[in-house]
Design a protein around this ligand. Structure first.
Ligand SMILES: NC(=O)c1ccc[n+]([C@@H]2O[C@H](COP(=O)([O-])OP(=O)(O)OC[C@H]3O[C@@H](n4cnc5c(N)ncnc54)[C@H](OP(=O)(O)O)[C@@H]3O)[C@@H](O)[C@H]2O)c1
Length: 307
């Protein structure tokens, strides 16, 4: 029988060798998937600067990352944090200046901020579309412009967590798709300019990610109730992925895959993998590909599923 535990420790050793003492800035690292990524980097010995809006959230995330770092490293590295609202002008530059001052540089940047919603695109107020672009794209712009130069000089990674909604438009998720597909276009443009300067850019497009039900506030699970009532959408639209038929992704495994994709300098990571194939099919066979997509989102194959 294959010895999976030795495979696991070999991967941990090589990841630790790669990430140890790398200075990582994680925007949105205080909750949800960003926090899982921060804990994984802490386990691998990276020096971590976390950023979120709530001071309590920052304190709690630092404590969680420190406890992971203590259990895996003999001389734990620095885990720092700060509060900022990246929707405010000037905050992205302030965060990066703070990071450079405290850590003496920044080797890699992880952008994990995003805001999903449920809506009917023909009924929502135009200001809701503006707000999706602000939450999913504009929060990334200033901080990326400020951090790109130090990361490229360090030959490090600029990593952006998008969503399958950046690849497909599915029922009730149109407004989120507008936000995430504009983020995806921004990331491609950053890639064109960062690569010649030595920086690696990774776009991550995951489906719905499983949440830690024992630690999450209940608001995380009822986040779409108001949207669904307001737009008269079916109850299924409240489900992760708007009720699409997809298995929830394991957050820790996804974080490990993101870090491995950095080590391999991959340009993109799409999970589940079959979604990449479907995106290609839609490009080549617009009617047939959309018919298959409809099967996944109409409930015909429903099991579980995107934020
Ligand atoms: N959850 C999923 O199933 C899923 C699926 C596919 C893709 N994604 C994407 O993965 C990423 C993480 O999602 P999540 O659901 O795990 O996130 P989450 O639990 O909602 O956490 C978001 C994080 O971003 C911070 N944040 C939000 N707005 C901010 C702002 N304006 N300025 C600074 N910090 C801000 C939050 O800090 P505070 O808590 O202090 O506000 C928190 O640390 C997002 O890009 C999301 O679109 C998620």
């Amino acid at each position: 029988m294959a010895d999976h535990s030795s495979d696991h420790s070999t991967r941990n050793d090589s990841a630790t060798a790669y990430w140890q003492r790398q200075r990582c800035l994680i925007a949105g690292g205080t909750n949800g998937f960003g926090l899982v990524l921060a804990k994984t980097l802490s386990r691998y010995g990276a020096t971590v600067m976390l950023l979120g809006r709530s001071a309590d959230g920052v304190r709690n995330a630092i404590a969680l990352c420190e406890s992971v770092a203590r259990t895996t490293t003999e001389s734990p590295q620095q885990i720092l944090g700060l509060t900022a609202d990246l929707n405010q002008t000037g905050e992205g530059e302030r965060v990066v200046a703070h990071c450079l001052q405290k850590l003496g540089g920044c080797d890699s940047f992880f952008f994990c901020i995003g805001q999903s919603s449920r809506s009917s695109i023909l009924k929502i107020a135009p200001k809701e579309i503006r707000s999706s672009i602000e939450a999913n794209l504009m929060t990334a712009v200033e901080i990326t412009q400020a951090v790109a130069d130090p990361v490229c000089r360090a030959h490090g990674h600029l990593v952006f967590i998008s969503s399958l909604a950046g690849k497909f438009v599915t029922p009730a998720m149109g407004n989120y798709a507008i936000g995430k597909s504009s983020l995806a276009a921004f990331v491609e443009a950053v890639r064109l300019e960062a690569k010649p300067l030595g920086g690696h850019v990774l776009l991550v497009s995951p489906g719905p990610i499983a949440r830690n039900t024992s630690r999450e506030p209940t608001s995380s699970f009822n986040r779409y109730d108001g949207d669904v009532v307001e737009c008269g959408l079916p109850e299924s639209a409240k489900q992760p992925g708007g009720g699409a038929s997809l298995r929830l992704l394991d957050a820790t495994r996804l974080a490990q895959e993101v870090l491995l994709a950095c080590e391999k300098q991959d340009p993109e990571l799409v999970r589940p993998k079959k979604a990449m194939l479907l995106a290609g099919l839609i490009e080549w066979f617009p009617s047939w590909g959309r018919r298959i997509l409809r099967q996944y989102t109409s409930g015909e194959n429903r099991s579980t599923d995107d934020k």
